[in-house]
Ligand binder design. Structure first.
Ligand code: NI
Length: 183
């Protein structure tokens, strides 16, 4: 099932997401739907608040580019906790399914160490770098109510204001289905 994607202006994107408990109904089904929604909109990552749930889970698939070094992963991260960000900051032009038609350069550290649960609630601790680390940091931010436009300088933010307002009013329509804030 493909969910509509929440966009800028939806309060769920600004909440600190709550941990998932073992009694969560049909977690595997929910994860599959998140992947379906992400692929349908050509995304490489998707966090639960982007489908309207302030819960701590995100999915990503960075395996698309076979030449990537290190190789990408396809995974769901449940109740993740970033333990450490290290390495030099590097810039990448980021986009977000909740910010259609906006792309901006964002600085993030190279490497991330993360603790999380897999779909069977096994606890894992892993280190990622490169593009996968970038996507993990972006998606993890969504669980903290943070979006990449928050990192922009005041001038860039001012220049984007009109576009953000248009998104929040449902006037920017991407190819995938969105949920217009307040509707
Ligand atoms: Ni995003």
């Amino acid at each position: 099932m493909i969910y509509p994607v929440t966009v800028f202006g939806d309060p769920v994107l600004r909440k600190k997401a709550e941990p998932i408990t073992k009694d969560f109904q049909d977690l595997r089904g929910f994860i599959q739907n998140m992947f379906d929604t992400m692929y349908n909109s050509d995304g490489v990552g998707l966090a639960a608040p982007q489908v309207g749930h302030a819960i701590r889970i995100f999915v990503l698939d960075t395996t698309t580019d076979e030449e990537d070094e290190p190789a990408g992963i396809k995974k769901a991260f449940i109740n993740p906790e970033i333990l450490e960000k290290t390495g030099e900051e590097w810039v990448m032009n980021e986009g977000c399914l909740s910010l259609p038609e906006i792309r901006e350069d964002v600085l993030r550290p190279e490497t991330v160490r993360i603790k999380y649960l897999d779909e069977d609630f096994n606890q894992l601790e892993e280190t990622y770098s490169g593009f996968t680390s970038r996507v993990i940091q972006h998606e993890y931010d969504h669980l903290e109510g943070v979006m990449f436009v928050d990192y922009l300088n005041p001038l860039k933010k001012r220049l984007l204001k009109g576009k953000l307002t248009a998104i929040s009013k449902g006037k920017v329509l991407p190819k995938y289905r969105i949920k217009v804030p307040g509707k």
